[in-house]
Structures are given as structure tokens and as C-alpha cells.
Design a protein around this ligand. Structure first.
Ligand code: SF4
Length: 351
């Protein structure tokens, strides 16, 4: 589940990639295209200062092809075709934790779906003892493989999963899953995992106009969620440019529909920054020269992966980075796109 990806470091070389069947490998020419495993830290409205781990940094690998995906469209796959060796991921995280000891969460995600990563258990069990005191581990998943990856997921402090549909027609329309996936089995997997999971389990329901916002689908989702121990349900809609031309629900409509989730610990995310921030990240203070600046190409790569709202850059970028950003805009390498009520910086991936 790729949602948030803001910064890159620790470049890899192609020798650190292994292949699974069908075999595909990267040659030395491709190595320059490899993105790194670690990104951030970024300030998350929900989780605080978050250092990200991308378990598929080189290519979108997902068993869904959601209409609202922030990445490009791609045929769903049931398993990763290119797999990072566990040692490479562990090494990258270990180095990053030495640089960023003040983070609130270590967030596992992917350019795609992180639970497709076959070495997830090995990585999380190696990393957990290295987490600074007070830092929690989090994984952001599309929810399709909670049972299959249950051993690894039990080692995470927090599991956030998506549940956009509880009716097959809505599931196919909004998540465009692999044909091998069955919604009833996915729901049963979530149910069984939730019954034994001791950490914080968070569900995200993302609504798209005409795809999964039918009341019968929402009633079915709410009924399902009431049957499992859940810490929080985030109800929201699209707030970033998406793979397909789809429309968001207004905040007012979300408020109306939130009544369907009565009795659940519901949260309606807001675009604005948290009112009571306890974070001291320099990311919030662009004038702080202690924040090392990313190069123009790093910024272009970052924005190509995740569009950034125009009203967020002042908080997320240093002054030098803002200068780079303006240069990239004037060169046409980054453009501004309207999505709903917000404007975003968007970019094509650098060649
Ligand atoms: S297709 Fe869906 S599940 Fe897969 S990365 Fe995109 S948003 Fe996440």
C-alpha cells in the first residue's frame, strides 16, 4: 500500500536485488534507476515523525490496482517479481536508525503492497530490537494478506490496513484486485488476524465517488468492522492525484456518511496540520539550516513518487529545497495540478 513517500537516501546497487519466478533481474544499466529503501523522516498527521521503509523501491508491485492509487496504473501481481534481499533491507534500516534516533514510527510500506515481500518476518524480527525507545513499528497494507503474513505482522506494534469494500462488486470496482483474490477470503483473513493480534489495529476506508460510496457497501464495511477489535477507523477520500480519473467525496458528504459507522472509533482526517503538534522535527521549520537539503534530482524523484500539496512544501522543505523546487517548476520538470480543492506539485520520474 503506497501512500506516503517523501525522501530517499542509502542508494542500492543491483547486486543487492534477487529475483523470483518469473525471473527478472536488473543489469548494471538499471542500477542507476534503483531508488532507495529508506525515505523520510516525514511528518505524518496520524503517526508523528515517521521514517519510511519501501520494500519495493524499484517498481510498483501490488496485487491491487486501485483507482485512487498515487502510483501509476499496473497489472496486479500475486507475488513480487523483484525481491530485495533481507540483508539489504536490514542494513539500510540499521544505518538509517543511527541517523534518525528521534522518530516516532518506523513505517513499512512499498511502491506496491508490503505484505507481498517474502522476507517480511526476517526483517521485522531483526529490526525490532534496534528500535529506539519509544519508536513504534508500523506497516501500511492493503489488507489482502493479513493471514498469510500473520507471523510477521504480529511483530509490528501497529498494523494499518485498507478496507474499501465489503461487497464484491465494489471491491472489483475500486481496488481492481488480482483475479486470484477473493473478498470473502480476505475478510476472513482480517477477522482471524484481528482475533489474535495484540497491537494497534487500524482500518482505513477510502471512498471514491461512484465506485465504493454506495450505502449498502458502507453498511457492510461498518458491520464487518464492528465484529473485530479495532483501535481506529480512518474514513476519507482521495486527496492526491490518482492513477485513474476519479472523483473525491466532499468533506460534507463524508460527514454525512460517517453516521453509518456509529459505534466505531471513527476518525475523519483533515488536510490541515495537527493543531497540537508535539513534534520537533526540523521538517516543520524550513528556515532551520540544520536540515540537509536534497538535490533537485532527489526532489524530482520524490515528487514523481508522491505528489506534494502546494500548501505542504513550506512545512516539509528547507529554504534551499524551495529554491530548487521553483527552478524545477520553471524548467517544466515539475508542474502544478489541481485535485479537488487542493493543488499539488507533480512530476514525471527522472530518466
Ligand atoms: S494499487 Fe492500491 S494497494 Fe496497491 S499500491 Fe496502489 S493504492 Fe496501494
Amino acid at each position: 500500500m503506497a501512500r506516503s513517500k517523501l525522501e530517499s537516501s542509502a542508494p542500492l546497487d543491483s547486486s543487492r536485488l534477487e529475483s523470483t519466478s518469473p525471473i527478472q533481474s536488473l543489469d548494471s544499466k538499471d542500477s542507476s534507476k534503483l531508488e532507495s529503501i529508506i525515505f523520510g523522516p516525514v511528518l505524518s498527521r496520524r503517526f508523528g515523525l515517521s521514517l519510511g521503509v519501501d520494500l519495493s523501491p524499484h517498481r510498483k508491485q501490488c496485487n491491487f490496482d486501485c483507482v485512487y492509487c498515487e502510483l501509476h496504473k499496473a497489472k496486479p501481481m500475486d507475488s513480487m517479481e523483484l525481491v530485495l534481499p533481507a540483508e539489504a533491507v536490514i542494513q539500510a534500516i540499521t544505518q538509517a536508525l543511527q541517523l534518525h534516533s528521534n522518530i516516532d514510527v518506523l513505517s513499512f510500506t512499498a511502491t506496491g503492497e508490503p505484505t507481498l515481500y517474502p522476507h517480511l518476518y526476517e526483517v521485522i524480527t531483526a529490526i525490532t530490537p534496534l528500535l529506539p525507545q519509544g519508536t513504534k513499528s508500523l506497516i501500511l497494507s492493503n489488507g489482502s494478506r493479513l493471514l498469510e503474513q500473520s507471523r510477521a505482522l504480529h511483530a509490528f506494534d501497529m498494523v494499518k490496513f485498507s478496507l474499501d469494500a465489503a461487497l464484491p462488486s465494489a471491491f472489483k470496482r475500486v481496488d481492481r484486485p488480482s483475479t486470484s483474490l477473493d473478498l470473502a477470503q480476505i475478510l476472513q483473513g482480517i477477522r482471524e488476524f484481528a482475533a489474535s493480534y495484540k497491537g494497534e489495529l487500524i482500518a482505513e476506508v477510502l471512498l471514491v465517488q461512484g465506485h465504493n460510496d454506495m450505502q449498502e457497501n458502507l453498511y457492510a464495511i461498518a458491520e464487518f468492522l464492528r465484529q473485530i477489535p479495532i483501535s481506529r477507523v480512518d474514513l476519507g477520500s482521495i486527496d492526491r492525484p490518482s492513477a485513474y480519473p476519479v472523483r473525491a467525496l466532499s468533506q460534507e458528504r463524508l460527514q454525512e456518511l460517517s453516521g453509518i459507522f456509529a459505534g466505531l472509533p471513527l476518525s475523519l482526517p483533515q488536510r490541515s496540520a495537527p493543531k497540537q503538534s508535539t513534534f520537533t522535527s526540523p521538517l516543520q521549520h524550513p528556515n532551520d539550516n540544520s536540515l540537509s537539503s536534497r538535490s533537485p534530482s532527489e526532489l524530482q524523484k520524490l515528487i514523481a513518487t508522491r505528489p506534494i500539496a502546494c500548501d505542504e512544501v513550506g512545512r516539509l522543505f528547507s529554504q534551499q529545497e524551495l529554491v530548487h523546487l521553483q527552478e524545477l517548476v520553471s524548467q517544466g520538470l515539475i508542474t502544478i495540478k489541481q485535485q479537488g480543492e487542493s493543488r499539488f506539485y507533480v512530476a514525471q520520474a527522472a530518466k
